[in-house]
Design a protein around this ligand. Sequence first.
Ligand SMILES: *[C@@H]1O[C@H](CO)[C@@H](O)[C@H](O)[C@H]1NC(C)=O
Ligand SMILES: *[C@@H]1O[C@H](CO)[C@@H](O)[C@H](O)[C@H]1NC(C)=O
Ligand SMILES: *[C@@H]1O[C@H](CO)[C@@H](O)[C@H](O)[C@H]1NC(C)=O
Ligand SMILES: *[C@@H]1O[C@H](CO)[C@@H](O)[C@H](O)[C@H]1NC(C)=O
Ligand SMILES: *[C@@H]1O[C@H](CO)[C@@H](O)[C@H](O)[C@H]1NC(C)=O
Ligand SMILES: *[C@@H]1O[C@H](CO)[C@@H](O)[C@H](O)[C@H]1NC(C)=O
Ligand SMILES: *[C@@H]1O[C@H](CO)[C@@H](O)[C@H](O)[C@H]1NC(C)=O
Ligand SMILES: *[C@@H]1O[C@H](CO)[C@@H](O)[C@H](O)[C@H]1NC(C)=O
Ligand SMILES: [Cu+2]
Length: 621
Amino acid sequence: MISSIFGLLVAVILVCSSVVDAKVHTFNFTTGWVDANPDGVHPKKMIGFNGQWPVPDIHVNKGDRVQIYLTNGFEDDTVTSLHFHGMFLRLSDGNKIQMDGPSMVTQCPISPGQTFLYNFTVADQVGTYWYHAHSGAQFGDGMRGAFIIHDEDEPFHYDEDMTIQLSDLYWKPYYDVQDEFLSRFNPTGAEPIPQNLLFNNTLNATLNFEPEKTYLLRFINSGLFVSQYVSLEDHEMTIVEVDGVYVKPNTTDLLYIATGQRMSVLVKAKKADPGKNFAIMQIMDELMLDVVPKDLVRNRTHQISYNENHEKPEPFYIDDFDKATEEFYLRPLDDIELLDHYDTQITFNLSLDNLGDGVNYAMFNGVSYVHPKVPTLTTVLTSGKLATDARIYGDNVNAYVLQKDEIIEIVVNNYDSGKHPFHLHGHNFQLIQKSPEYRPEADYPEEDQDDITVPYNESAPLTPFPDYPVLRDTVVLAPSGHIVIRFKADNPGVWFFHCHLDWHLTQGLGAVFIEDPLAVQEAETLSKTYKDVCSAANIPNQGNAAGHSDDWFNLDGLPRQPKPLPSGFKAKGYIAFIISTLMALYGIYAISDYGLSETIPDDQAVYDTLKNVLDSNGVAY
Ligand SMILES: *[C@@H]1O[C@H](CO)[C@@H](O)[C@H](O)[C@H]1NC(C)=O
Ligand SMILES: *[C@@H]1O[C@H](CO)[C@@H](O)[C@H](O)[C@H]1NC(C)=O
Ligand SMILES: *[C@@H]1O[C@H](CO)[C@@H](O)[C@H](O)[C@H]1NC(C)=O
Ligand SMILES: *[C@@H]1O[C@H](CO)[C@@H](O)[C@H](O)[C@H]1NC(C)=O
Ligand SMILES: *[C@@H]1O[C@H](CO)[C@@H](O)[C@H](O)[C@H]1NC(C)=O
Ligand SMILES: *[C@@H]1O[C@H](CO)[C@@H](O)[C@H](O)[C@H]1NC(C)=O
Ligand SMILES: *[C@@H]1O[C@H](CO)[C@@H](O)[C@H](O)[C@H]1NC(C)=O
Ligand SMILES: *[C@@H]1O[C@H](CO)[C@@H](O)[C@H](O)[C@H]1NC(C)=O
Ligand SMILES: [Cu+2]
């Protein structure tokens, strides 16, 4: 009796002390363009907060609350929103799904002059996260920062931690890069090539080491496109955390980090001043580039400095990129067992293809995600019992309703020759299959890449399922290969699942999981700021994906992907054709340059010309 009262008392004290310890961190962030020169070569406006760029890293402790007032301070009609990458936002912790951030998924885009409050508690999550704009490709222009949740009970020791963002830099503003990318003049969908790599938003960086100390380096790939390798000269790295999950220590010379992913490594400094400084190599994954321009800077050298008077270290070569630690083989530190079955399996066949407007789109099972007319969360919260019917979320958003506590298995088969780092909001998932990449033989025509795809065969998985699979929130899908992931639908919400290579997201490579929507309805309503922000953007505050609330199954007016190319008019032929047409147009343009001011025809004209020529020649494509 006495001991149980004592136990109760201890429990009460523990609960109270954790409540007392939890801090509230409040930020006022107003977006705006800031003059900067991130690489010291090319001045460029970056997106900062309150006139400052880089934007601050956020450091909190486990259990703290964060309140961020985000005000859209852009002077044109640019809209924005903010996502906290990796946060679970559990309703049971008093959170709300409308704090997640993706525009038109869990909130309306914030219009100029409007303020949205992001208010959530990080409850029991720890480790390395980041926050970034989730509206257009804005984070590529600098609207991104680290979000570190410190943990008193870290299962490893170090003297100091350092947070390092790896990113890619485009000299043009994100909206110009995006427009040129999503254009019929880029029919192959070649991703824009960055002009530089940044190391914590700068170049020629220095990490200061003191002898005998141990450092925790938290790497975050906060770039738009390329995966990056990191290697340290004559210093081993021991991976101890990926995406906020502690892992069994894995010592390596080479890290591979895709956009969205995080890896934290312990590094032991030398015992005494070694009399020299050491190079840090930052190298882009060049295999992701469609073409490698001659003048492209593919690597950057930084330094570990023991003494600023030592000479700057020379760059060094990596002999074998395959020796980078492979995420599939990492294991969570706690023995979290494999979810040994699934209740629902969702298969996504990923492909990239040209649609009728000549633009290259990315699709799951032929459907390219197009934002609905109202945010999916608005539909959840205003549709009552119909919220469990996937049809009301529209047929162009890849919407799936997940049942409470089911084990979900997602299979993604890559009918494309590119890499795709997939990110799931609201969950960590177990990675139970990850195929190698399949590339054509050197003399194999590149166009036939699709034919070499190896989709997941459930009767014959390539590798046995791990007993304790790696658990993370972003995973790389290899060219022409597949991934299989599992998670338990124990976190009600509206969760975006998308490629974190942001160009592919703009091409429509996304799906939305509506998890236990009735539980979301019980826990939250549309707040006043939510509705105000929607009203300012002229977006209805109720209705299905097409904004209808009289007939919830009426999808008239739903924004949809363009129609396919006319039949017999295959993408490969189209690409070959538009390239030759462009060459011809360029010829005409060059000749008529003096006489004509506007020689570039509009969409319809190019389309009609192509169709006519193809039709009249009876060319079979
Ligand atoms: C932050 O913004 C809120 C609401 O816009 C305002 O009331 C508050 O005074 C601001 N606080 C600071 C510290 O600027
Ligand atoms: C980095 O070093 C290079 C070469 O020394 C120099 O051209 C460039 O301006 C430097 N950049 C920054 C941001 O310091
Ligand atoms: C943030 O949410 C908490 C919990 O719901 C609430 O107590 C607090 O007042 C909210 N903050 C603001 C500024 O509304
Ligand atoms: C990286 O940049 C952030 C924010 O600008 C800064 O707080 C942090 O200390 C930097 N990291 C290192 C290792 O210098
Ligand atoms: C770095 O990249 C350049 C091309 O940008 C290449 O010429 C050079 O060999 C690379 N250096 C290392 C050390 O990888
Ligand atoms: C470390 O990672 C490699 C794969 O890159 C794997 O083969 C090895 O088993 C891992 N070791 C530990 C201790 O996790
Ligand atoms: C994916 O492609 C495979 C092979 O073509 C096909 O058997 C399967 O039905 C497709 N799955 C979906 C969901 O379309
Ligand atoms: C899948 O694997 C089974 C068992 O090895 C095999 O019989 C079947 O042909 C495979 N399916 C495909 C589509 O390759
Ligand atoms: Cu992708």
